[in-house]
Design a protein around this ligand. Structure first.
Ligand code: 8X3
Length: 255
């Protein structure tokens, strides 16, 4: 039976690598992102191996999220619900890094609205269909930052701690409906993450990954695949994945 995965933040980084991994497994893909041109590029590429549709929205805008998911073509819906076997809540970012007393409120809003509210808005639009079908799998992208708070990162860490709590809460509510929930907590992954966090300062961003081999987006996608392809009687509840040189959120052995 063909399965369908909906991936947010699918045009780059972990989201893109996850799209590649699911395409290789023969999943149909609903790719979501903010940039239609980049979504179309990924769609063109992956359409060679599987059926792909795209939805353009910013996860922070609840009405747009709900409207876009409700607008899926009929072959991607069942009984008025989006037909999604696997939801990968990947969209999210860090914005700024500074002591709490200097934090930019606009940065805080971006992180709380995107990483927490956005994840909720997408989940709210997708989960009722999973409940109706009594099966599904939700993969939430948290972070080592959700388990270990570090200096100058209070709000980002808080947003990821919220994701951890939501993964646990979703599992409590949804296990009885045959829905698995996996929380993925990566450490340092070399993607656009740090460039966004440091607002385009590529030099500062590259220093984050200096002197060691960070995780790649594919490494994280592989861990998502591991959870999703586990046997029916197994839930992989939580995966913390670190670069071999990383011992904790702020402890990295650099050469
Ligand atoms: C990204 C990992 O350690 O930069 O979530 O917070 S970290």
């Amino acid at each position: 039976m063909t399965r369908t995965a909906l991936i947010t933040g699918a045009t780059s980084g972990i989201g893109r690598a996850t799209a590649d991994a699911f395409a290789a497994l023969g999943y149909r893909l609903i790719l979501c992102g903010r940039r239609t041109d980049r979504l179309t590029e990924v769609q063109t590429e992956l359409s060679q191996s599987t059926a792909v549709t795209t939805l353009t929205f910013d996860v922070r805008d609840q009405a747009t999220v709900a409207g876009a998911i409700a607008s899926l073509p009929t072959e991607w819906q069942q009984d008025g619900h989006p037909m999604v076997d696997v939801l990968v809540n990947n969209a999210g970012n860090a914005h700024g890094m500074s002591p709490i007393q200097d934090g930019e409120v606009a940065d805080w809003d971006q992180m709380i609205d995107g990483n927490v509210q956005g994840l909720l808005y997408v989940s709210r639009a997708v989960i009722p269909g999973m409940v109706a079908r009594q099966r599904g799998h939700i993969v939430n992208l948290s972070s080592i930052a959700g388990k270990q708070t570090y200096a100058n990162g209070a709000v980002y860490c808080a947003s990821k701690a919220a994701v951890e709590a939501l993964s646990t809460g979703m599992r409590l509510d949804l296990t009885q409906h045959g829905i698995k929930v996996t929380n993925i907590a990566p450490g340092a992954v070399e993607t656009e993450f740090s460039v966004v966090r440091f607002k385009g300062d590529e030099t500062r961003a590259s220093k984050v990954y200096e002197g060691f081999d960070p995780l790649t987006a594919k490494d994280v996608a592989d861990s998502i695949l591991y959870a999703v392809t586990a046997p029916a009687n197994v839930t992989i509840a939580d995966i913390t994945i670190l670069a071999a040189a990383q011992a904790a959120a702020t402890t990295i052995v650099r050469k």
